[in-house]
Design a protein around this ligand. Structure first.
Ligand code: MCU
Length: 433
């Protein structure tokens, strides 16, 4: 709640000075609740069969009613529309907090027990504290693959080792999904395992909130993971507004990569493969694998769901399968939401790296990882994010949008200061490698 107040104070100052360009120094703005727009009245969603084909990225700023948003307050309920659309057509529903969540936090582990509608389930996670005295911020590491846990701890954050497969298993058919999530919501739930994994992290944060805050801080949680767990980290961060810092690594198809861009990216994992390899995406995605242009949301809007909270996307441009060009499209499109909210400095996209090994520990990411943790979890330092896109996997946002980016205001009114589609991406974009 405190960081929220700081953010509001900063926003107020900015509206007085009118200095949108310095707004990237805005404080981290994680919310105190999982879903700030839970009370928004969302109009009826379209049916899958009636969706028009839109070849470019859908306008994240146009509401289901067809009206464009104008204020930051409008974004709160537009966020809710994007969430509902992404659940219905991409990931499957991530249910809200169950009727009972209990558990414990110790210096070595977290236990989670859930009951809902007469069903119960539980899982646990490891805790590895940094040196010093707490309470500490924490980074939830999905699946233990590729995350630089030494740097996370050195920066002053605890590592929570979370096994997503205990909550949503891989290797199951879609009509018999398994894991703690499906014990509660049923083995035939249409929700894919990425959203199930996200639900599990939200329940971990519930338990941290209830634990009294002596070991871990509930208001300073980050998330990371590589590859399939990078897809997971992305969905975790998008669907829980308590997550202050989201750091997906090499997430590929089903992760940050823009769905519409994947068919045209040579060697990228096809959507049909990402859908069928594992039940990562929701069952409803099956009707879009051959026609992503029918999706009313694309991953740029999911990136936008994370705005203005901290986001550090890491990608590998050396393996075509990982779809880094399409990921740059998703990131550049989503960065427009950050800019609209005056938080352009809160997103980093970084694919200009040397080592081509999938999920390698990379020296280039060490310093920005530390700086992101300092800024968004410890509220120190003066880091400003930027786009460091490998030149061989650099998407061109101008080809992918026909909408402009509004400067969302603090109050009523509908003033927009559009940027022109086709303008080169923001300053700070570099093409390297
Ligand atoms: C990038 O994530 C996945 C990829 O989507 C799969 O096709 C491949 O089999 O595995 C990758 C992964 O999770 O590697 C550990």
């Amino acid at each position: 709640a405190r960081s929220r107040l700081v953010a509001l104070a900063v926003a107020t100052t900015l509206s007085i000075t009118g200095a949108m360009t310095v707004a990237s120094t805005e404080a981290a703005a994680a919310a105190g609740v999982e879903d700030e727009g839970a009370d928004c009245a969302v109009p009826g969603l379209p049916d899958a069969g009636s969706l028009p084909t839109v070849s470019r990225l859908p306008d994240p700023f146009t509401k289901l009613t067809g009206t464009r948003i104008a204020t930051r307050a409008d974004w709160r309920c537009r966020w809710q529309e994007i969430k509902k659309l992404a659940e219905k057509f991409v990931y499957g529903e991530k249910p809200p907090k169950p009727s009972s969540v209990t558990g414990t936090v110790t210096r070595t582990g977290i236990s989670v027990n859930v009951s809902h509608n007469g069903r119960t389930a539980g899982f646990s996670a490891g805790v590895d504290l940094p040196s010093g005295t707490g309470p500490f911020p924490a980074v939830v590491v999905l699946g233990g693959l590729g995350a630089d846990t030494a740097t996370i701890k050195a920066a002053g954050a605890a590592v929570i080792s979370y096994d997503p497969l205990a909550v949503g298993r891989e290797g199951t058919p879609r009509n018999n999904k398994q894991g703690a999530f499906y014990n509660i919501y049923g083995a035939s739930s249409g929700t894919g395992v990425l959203a199930a994994w996200a639900w599990g992290v939200s329940r971990i944060i519930d338990v941290i909130e209830q634990s009294g805050g002596t070991i871990l801080r509930a208001d300073a949680t980050g998330v990371t993971g590589c590859s399939r767990y990078g897809k997971g980290a992305f969905v975790v961060g998008a669907f829980d507004q308590r997550i202050a810092l989201t750091m997906p690594i090499e997430s590929g198809s089903g992760g940050v990569a823009a769905f519409r861009s994947i068919p045209g990216e040579s060697g990228a994992q096809p959507l049909s493969s990402a859908y069928s390899e594992q039940p990562w995406l929701g069952d409803a995605f099956s009707s879009f694998t051959g026609s992503p242009g029918r999706l009313p949301v694309d991953t740029h809007s999911v990136v936008g769901m994370i705005a203005p909270r901290g986001l550090f996307i890491m990608d590998n441009p050396h393996i075509d399968w990982l779809a880094a060009r399409s990921a740059s499209v998703g990131a550049l499109g989503g960065a427009e939401v950050y800019k609209a909210l005056g938080a352009g400095g809160n997103i980093t996209y970084w694919s200009a790296v040397q080592d081509g090994t999938h999920c390698a520990g990379r020296p280039e990411w060490r310093t920005p990882l530390q700086q992101n943790i300092q800024k968004f979890l410890l509220n120190t330092g003066s880091y400003t994010g930027s786009m460091r896109i490998a030149s061989n996997k650099s998407g061109n946002l101008a080809e992918w949008r026909d909408w402009t980016t509004p400067a969302l205001t603090d109050g009523g009114g509908d003033t927009t200061a559009p940027s022109t589609p086709g303008t080169p991406a923001a300053s700070g974009v570099t093409a390297t490698g």
